[in-house]
Write a protein that binds this ligand. Structure first.
Ligand SMILES: Nc1ncnc2c1ncn2[C@@H]1O[C@H](COP(=O)(O)OP(=O)(O)O)[C@@H](O)[C@H]1O
Ligand SMILES: [Mg+2]
Length: 287
């Protein structure tokens, strides 16, 4: 699947501003960005639900058409579920909409719905609801699944359980497009990651390559010192702390010791995607 030069504005707001990228068949692609970055607008244009002002969406080298909707599974960021019916009844309702729906047992198994089949839709916890929505998305045996922030608001355990479901879908060679606020999630699930802000692409690469492109070996952090010029190679002084991305830890540690700074609270870690996100957008993903 591929998008080329997508643009979409709402009045004066340029939600998507000349966005292009491609998703390899059978891979999991992560679209990341802060609130308002344009993720949902992008994903809805790719689904064929919204029309772009300009640009093209291709699926298997052809611009998407009405037929495309039969090949995709969509889990919306917010969905109204029919009330007063159970999970099982909802699955049956959706299965009836498609010519060749997936077997009920298979949906139940992939999405671990055994224990909640007889529960009313209104009584589901956040994690249970997301499991069921994923079940609905995979009923048509989609070649491509769109998941817009499927784990936002879930507790850490429910989020981990959801990752297992996505792994199962990936094993079926279904392509997945996922938006998320959780860097850890993207790092674990995604083969490719695109980071966007203000409707534009900032970076696109594999998780490990993204980190390699931006960071040297280790990230040393010291809580705020009040001082800003300590002659430490590679140091960045922020409002709250001093940060050094270094490929020569010996040198950095020596410089820090010689600076006579109070090093209490110093930490050394391998940089992760959260650090990268902060660096690229100037804000934390969850802010
Ligand atoms: N229907 C709409 N009408 C007006 N503005 C919108 C609409 N949908 C989104 N926007 C605006 O477009 C920008 C991108 O929104 P969205 O695609 O929802 O971002 P994200 O999913 O990354 O949070 C935001 O500034 C948002 O306020
Ligand atoms: Mg959104």
């Amino acid at each position: 699947m591929r998008i080329e030069h997508l643009k979409k504005s709402y009045g004066a707001v340029q939600a998507v501003n000349d966005l292009s990228f491609s998703i390899e068949e059978g891979s999991c692609f992560g679209l990341l960005g802060p609130n308002g970055a344009g993720k949902t607008t992008t994903i809805e244009i790719m689904e064929g639900i919204q029309e772009a002002d300009s640009g093209t969406v291709y699926f298997k080298e052809k611009p998407i058409d009405r037929d495309f909707k039969k090949k995709v599974g969509i889990q919306f960021q917010s969905t109204a579920l029919p009330e007063f019916i159970t999970v099982k009844e909802t699955l049956e309702l959706f299965r009836a909409l498609y010519p060749d729906p997936r077997d009920m047992d298979e949906v139940i198994d992939i999405c671990s719905l055994q224990d909640i089949l007889d529960r009313d839709n209104r009584k589901l916890s956040g994690g249970q609801r997301q499991r069921m929505l994923l079940g609905l998305a995979i009923i048509p045996r989609p070649e491509m699944v769109f998941l817009d922030e499927p784990t936002t608001g879930l507790d850490p355990q429910a989020r981990r359980n959801f990752w297992k479901l996505i792994e199962k879908i990936k094993k079926e060679k279904t392509s997945v497009l996922l938006t998320t606020h959780y860097m850890e999630e993207a790092e674990i699930l995604c083969d490719q990651i695109a980071i966007m802000d203000h409707g534009k692409l900032l970076e696109i690469d594999t998780p490990s390559q993204l980190l390699e492109n931006h960071f040297d070996g280790a990230l040393v952090t010291v809580p705020h010192t009040g001082r800003t010029d300590l002659g430490i190679k590679g140091a960045v002084y922020t409002e709250t702390h001093l940060e050094v991305s270094t490929d020569n830890l010996d040198l950095t540690m020596n410089e820090l010791l010689n600076s006579r700074l109070n090093l209490e609270g110093l930490s050394i870690k391998k940089p992760n995607l959260d650090d990268l996100f902060l660096k690229l957008t100037g804000s934390s993903l969850r802010a």
